[in-house]
Design a protein around this ligand. Structure first.
Ligand code: GLC
Length: 557
């Protein structure tokens, strides 16, 4: 084991868990989760194997975009708790070996932010040029709208200001002008503040928009926008050597690779693999891993200490924007055929279990992939128990319903009157009576038990996170197999995308003399033939992880 691998580059083999404080656990009975609630439930996360907790925005907010519209970058929304509660949570998490990161949403502020209020009130305001203004919107004002159901333009006229301002997202979220040195400095101050309070880094919201100087009148004369990301990273590393930046970059691979920076990786430490995620859904729809394989073959390697973030669901719509129209339609047909399940013409406002008809084998397959694909797995709260969405809740919030702890009223999330919950609980087949933590903790065959086991094995196999991976050829078109090698260790993972059993032969060693394949998830060992070929039977939607060892290698668990 190399020195760097031990703990410094901790994100490289982390288990990241994203939650919204508002919907996790309510301790004061007001119908809204709070920071104390997350603290009370920290051992659920520790037991699950989480090593990095990602808190969605907890800052003061008018809550028109679920907290992504912020009025004070240094504050904690009083409905969720206090700075004191946050420090307690970070301390408790650290005691369990867990780091805490938070959303850094500095592409824009809320229009209620005092900076914007001051900026719009007068051209003389010191905050006027913290935002991007124009007398006339540019001709391409309607290009690149993120929320096409609500917005028609990226530019909004403001009566009070007498000018148009830029907003990449909702019109109540004016974009900050990051070409302004004062804004850049303020963002660094914000980062410095939260690092002091104990955060270990940030999930950076909307990175390509953040660094894009578009809209700024002298954009053409500006230096490379990546210089700014490099500056941010350098500042972060000076302040805290162990801090990471996990970026939201949904672009084609080549462009996303640029956000890791040069060979030494001087920009983002991690970036979500949006392309791999979308291709995975296409593969699932087709019961054929070819599209996933194509994505992995195309995916550039990150710099040595950087990492891709693997995910199957997040808090937003399941975006399929990088698929062709026909491919997207295939995924819609398979996993979200009704119009109400679809959003913005590009995504699905659903969680995974309802998309897969709650088929336990198929769900286990997907989570086995999440943990064994090269990258760092990122879970969204509720995935560990197979929660469903509530389509009665508007827009993307359908997947942000309260965590289901028990079969009791409100899923044990809150003692409030159900009508007073900030977000209603899911009902029916995926409601708390059927899907909850308490029942699954006691059931060795539950999804929760499966995910705990995957997390543990993943942490035990540095090959999966640090290793070099090779996609293995097999004769079965429904099987995806890959091998990961690191410092003499070798792990092979095999996944069957079809509802039929499969038999595969895989070349896992030069020759098979003294070679063993130890199953890491189930009982039993698989046979490696004398020619180094592994013979394996897979159940429908089956998955296997095997450690390949030579006679004389140390005892394998
Ligand atoms: C990101 C977030 C999304 C939010 C948007 C605007 O895309 O993931 O939830 O609405 O940024 O901040």
């Amino acid at each position: 084991m190399r020195l760097t691998e031990t703990a410094d580059v901790w994100w490289k083999n982390a288990v990241v868990y994203c939650l919204d404080v508002e919907t996790f656990f309510d301790t004061d009975g007001d119908g809204r989760g709070d920071l104390r609630g997350v603290s009370q439930r920290i051992d659920h996360l520790a037991e699950l194997g989480v090593t990095c907790l990602w808190l969605m925005p907890f800052y003061p907010t008018p809550d028109r975009d679920d907290g992504y519209d912020i009025t004070d970058f240094y504050g904690v929304d009083p409905r969720l708790g206090t700075h004191g509660d946050l420090v307690e949570l970070i301390t408790l998490a650290q005691d369990r070996g867990m780091r805490v990161i938070a959303d850094l949403v500095v592409n824009h502020t809320s229009d209620q932010h005092p900076w914007f209020q001051s900026a719009r009130a007068s051209r003389e305001s010191p905050y006027r040029d913290w935002y991007v203004w124009r007398d006339e919107p540019p001709p391409d004002a309607d290009k690149g709208i993120v929320f096409p159901d609500q917005e028609q333009s990226l530019w909004q006229y403001d009566e009070e200001a007498g000018q148009y301002y830029l907003h990449r997202f909702y019109k109540h979220q004016p974009d900050l002008d990051i070409t302004n040195p004062a804004v850049r400095e303020e963002i660094m101050r914000v980062i410095g503040f939260w690092l002091r309070l104990g955060l270990s880094g940030f999930r950076v919201d909307a990175v390509p928009f953040l660094i894009d100087p578009a809209g700024s009148l002298d954009a053409a004369d500006l230096p490379d926008p990546h210089d700014y990301l490099r500056d941010l990273r350098a500042f972060l590393s000076r302040r805290s050597g162990q801090a990471m930046l996990l970026g939201e970059v949904n672009l084609p691979y080549k462009e996303t690779r640029r956000f890791f920076g040069d060979e030494d990786g001087d920009e983002l430490t991690m970036s979500f693999d949006f392309i791999g995620m979308q291709r995975l859904y296409l593969s699932l729809a087709r019961s054929d891993p070819a599209e996933l394989v194509k994505a992995l073959r195309e995916r550039p390697d990150p710099p040595e200490e950087a990492q891709w973030g693997t995910f199957v669901r997040n808090h937003d719509e399941l975006t399929l924007d990088k698929l062709s129209d026909e491919e997207r339609q295939e995924v819609f047909d398979a996993f979200g055929p009704e119009e109400d399940m679809q959003l913005y013409g590009r995504g699905l406002r659903r969680r995974l279990p309802p998309m897969l008809g709650n088929d336990p084998d198929r769900l286990k397959l997907v989570y086995s992939l999440l943990f064994s694909l090269p990258g760092t797995p990122v879970l969204f709260y509720g995935e560990e128990i197979g929660m469903g969405e509530n389509l009665a809740v508007e827009g993307r919030n359908a997947v942000r319903t309260p965590m289901q702890w028990t079969a009791e009223p409100n899923g044990g999330f809150s003692t409030a009157d159900p009508n007073d919950l900030a977000v209603p609980v899911t009902e029916g087949e995926y409601g708390p009576e059927q899907v909850n933590v308490a029942a699954q903790r006691r059931d060795p065959d539950s999804l929760l038990s499966w995910i705990k086991q995957l997390a543990l094995r993943y942490r035990e196999c540095p090959e999966l996170s640090w290793g070099k991976y090779t996609i293995l050829e097999s004769e079965s078109p429904s099987v995806f197999a890959h091998r990961s090698d690191y410092e003499g260790g070798r792990v092979v993972a095999v996944h069957n995308f079809a509802d039929q059993p499969a038999h595969v032969t895989l070349a896992v060693a030069g020759n098979g003399v003294g070679v063993r394949a130890t199953d890491l998830l189930q009982d039993g060992t698989a046979t490696v033939r004398e020619d180094g070929v592994l013979e394996l039977d897979l159940d429908p939607y089956g998955s296997r992880w095997l450690r390949i060892t030579q006679l004389g290698d140390r005892y394998v668990l």
